[in-house]
Write a protein that binds this ligand. Sequence first.
Ligand SMILES: [Zn+2]
Length: 469
Amino acid sequence: MATLLVRNATVLVTHDADRREIADGGLFARDGIVTQVGPTTELPDTADEVLDLRDHVVLPGLVNTHHHLFQTLTRAVPAAQDADLFGWLTALYPIWARLTPEAVRVSTLVGLAELALSGCTTTSDHLYLYPNGCRLDDSIEAAREIGLRFHATRGSMSLGESRGGLPPDRCVEAEADILRDSQRLVEQFHDSSRGALLRIALAPCSPFSVTPDLMRETADLARSLGVHLHTHLAETLDEERFCLETVGHRPVAYMESLGWMGPDVWFAHAVHVDDAEITALARSGSGVAHCPTSNMRLSSGIAPLQRMRAAGVRVGLGVDGSASNDGSNLLAEARQALLLARLELAERQRRDPAGLPGGTRQMRARQMRAREALETATLGGAAVLGRDDIGALAPGMCADFFAVDLRQPTYAGALHDPVAAVLLCAPVPVACTYVHGRPIVREGRLATIDLPPVLEDHNRIARELVQGG
Ligand SMILES: [Zn+2]
């Protein structure tokens, strides 16, 4: 049995039931599962692998709940730099139609590497185009190479332009093929066991790219197979208009009409939701992947993060696809979430001074705190993905964690509170990231793959895709 000992951390953040932060802390893990957390002096003296994290903060691994890893190939594409969602998609669909299996595999490697370097240990991915023989298997293979915990979602688009949808017809699939492949993937790859490194979920792309029939049939299939459901929802006002015009409902009511609410469902975005819709999300137990950078990048709007959390909605964070971020840095995303929540509060107070009595003290009491943002990125994400075995460092939990080195210029002058500093100071690459007790990042470098040649391939493929071929 392989054992791992982490010792001498300046602080070890547990996110356990008591939210303990242990000074001079560490943990002991056996076969990828934490068996002990505590001050270094109370832990065993040795293990198969001993990690001395003096001058580091150790935190539970971050959980990313929404991504499109293939978009790592199309960051900063000139035609999509300044567009809103529909314009951005329309500019990028023809480029994505040239994706190949190799492009999916290599972009997944690069996106996952970037996530791991930002402290992420578990990520979801939403692949919704399958041109030229691409399969979800291509991204699953890459995730296994890197070693991140992976929730691959079988995305889909079936409503092409000629039938009133947004994507070009050549980017959509036949619904029978989508359902058949969804079933194959769940049967072949889904692992429902505790500590699973790979799970599958089903994810029709958005209200404007799939039919109500496919939504219903996907939900039936997912529930018969015992896997979760994921889609984009209430991201932009254009989407809201589309839903009102085509199905006569606002987006959340549309999901209710399809039986698409519940603890087995999570939605990306939920930007344009009113109080009644927030209540409906909370009551049904539906989860939300909050993607602040993407929402700002595309001028989609400001999601009511703190109101959703206060209402009891399960909320995690998502970096969203790399073409609308344009990055996969989850620590940076947690920082954006905090900053945007503070801006949202100020905006609400400006709009409704009576409902939100002003005054500096009241404002401060309502501000999102650094530790809340970190928790949204760990426990919040775990809850959204339906997991109780990740998101905290405590006996019985997976040994998923990362550490930041406090001896960098970024943290100078912030050591009064090193935990808050991890969030409030500018995010820098982490020192190490472990998944299930296995090093993915070590001494600031990827430990599982040789990254430079992969980056070279990635840039070649990106050039070919964007220039056409
Ligand atoms: Zn997305």
